[in-house]
Write a protein that binds this ligand. Structure first.
Ligand SMILES: [Zn+2]
Length: 394
């Protein structure tokens, strides 16, 4: 009795506010919900990738609800943050509130990457609601113990790129996590898709920048994410330069190849292929776009040809030679190239990158020679030099 008496003035006040705001009011006289009554929210969320339907895996989803709150006033609020499973599904239940309305905000955020909206002045990471842009799916809970299902395939021209970038980087992070050489923290990467600049890694604000033309070029995304890995768990000598894999040029088109720049880029050329090889079923795709961004395709890595080079350029300064060597240690074609006795040594490569070539190890800017020393110190096989000779590094 005491409770109902004390509530009476509040209810009157909230009714006034509701009338003024013209908000939805639940039907009067509804049977009181039992304490066990629930509304269950489920989803099956995917995006249109360039060659397949991609589930939005392990991604952050906010479940918003329009329901009565303080003083009985109905407002929207984020009720719960959940993560999709490996099929893009969520399943979460709330105490039943008659006529409560639910909405989802699906973020391109997972434990590896947080993607920001392409080219927008934004205060929040990218998110989208299921439904066509102007008509998001909002579902009303009218009866207790029912399920509201938010199934949606994002297939418009703009939304899917964010999900593809997040998922591609997640695979890169998973590969890295499975092949660590030490335990310095690997944070989540912020990613900015944009049509304004090319793809690059910005070490000042730790942001992976992806040109819109590369948003479905998984190898280009992973190349730039490699620079993030170099910065966070390896060594990233910030050496921006124009490079085509063979010649690195200054603004006057003079060759300025260096051994540390070639190592930095060669490792970033190799890493996407190591990830792709480890996750064959994921069908990572895309190598270089028309602007020459991205990373070399497997055939170019395999051959490693550069044609004539200036006399001043030595083999350890040629990005493509180094990338070809790392790939020879990784690929499985020991029968095709008789001098290549190595296969599946990518784990050793990544561990050396992470540990011996870590900036914290005090080696300065790493080169293929720093890598070679670590390889030999680990006793991983002196025939590494055979590979380095065959690929013109030595
Ligand atoms: Zn690069």
């Amino acid at each position: 009795m005491h409770i109902s008496f004390s509530r009476r003035p509040w209810r009157a006040a909230s009714a006034l506010v509701l009338a003024a705001a013209a908000l939805v009011v639940p039907a009067a006289g509804a049977a009181p919900a039992s304490a066990q009554d629930v509304t269950t929210i489920t989803s099956n969320l995917s995006y249109e990738d360039s060659n397949k339907t991609g589930p939005i895996k392990f991604s952050k989803v906010e479940v918003w609800r329009f329901a009565p709150r303080t003083f009985g006033i109905w407002t929207w609020a984020n009720e719960r943050t959940v993560f999709t499973d490996d099929k893009g599904r969520i399943n979460t239940s709330f105490p039943f509130v008659k006529d409560a309305i639910f909405a989802l905000r699906v973020f391109a955020t997972n434990s590896a990457a947080q993607v920001w909206p392409n080219d927008f002045l934004h205060a929040q990471p990218f998110w989208a609601e299921p439904g066509h842009g102007s008509q998001p799916v909002h579902l009303t809970s009218t009866r207790p113990n029912t399920q509201l299902t938010f199934n949606w395939h994002f297939a418009d021209d703009w939304t899917p790129q964010h999900f593809n970038i997040a998922e591609t980087i997640r695979l890169g992070r998973d590969y890295a996590a499975a092949n660590r050489g030490d335990s310095d923290p690997l944070p989540r990467a912020d990613v900015q898709p944009t049509s304004v600049t090319g793809s690059y890694y910005n070490p000042v604000n730790s942001t992976v920048v992806i040109n819109s033309g590369n948003a479905f070029t998984d190898f280009a995304i992973l190349h730039e994410y490699t620079h993030f890995l170099q910065d966070k768990i390896g060594s990233f000598p910030w050496l921006p330069a124009a490079h085509d894999g063979c010649i690195t040029e200054d603004v006057f088109h003079n060759p300025v190849n260096t051994a540390d720049h070639s190592w930095m880029e060669a490792f970033a050329d190799w890493f996407p292929h190591a990830v792709s090889r480890a996750f064959r079923g994921e069908h990572l795709e895309g190598n270089v776009n028309a602007a020459g961004e991205g990373t070399f395709d497997e055939a170019r890595l395999e051959k490693g040809n550069c044609g004539p080079l200036p006399a001043s350029v030595t083999g350890d300064e040629v990005e493509l030679f180094l990338a070809a060597s790392l790939w020879d240690l990784t690929d499985d074609d020991t029968n095709v190239e008789p001098w290549d006795r190595f296969a599946a040594r990518d784990r050793s490569i990544f561990q050396i990158f992470d540990k011996e070539l870590d900036a914290a190890a005090g080696v300065g800017n790493p080169t293929i020679m720093t890598f070679r020393k670590a390889w030999n110190d680990r006793g991983l096989g002196s025939s590494l030099d055979t590979v380095l000779h065959a690929d013109h590094v030595l």
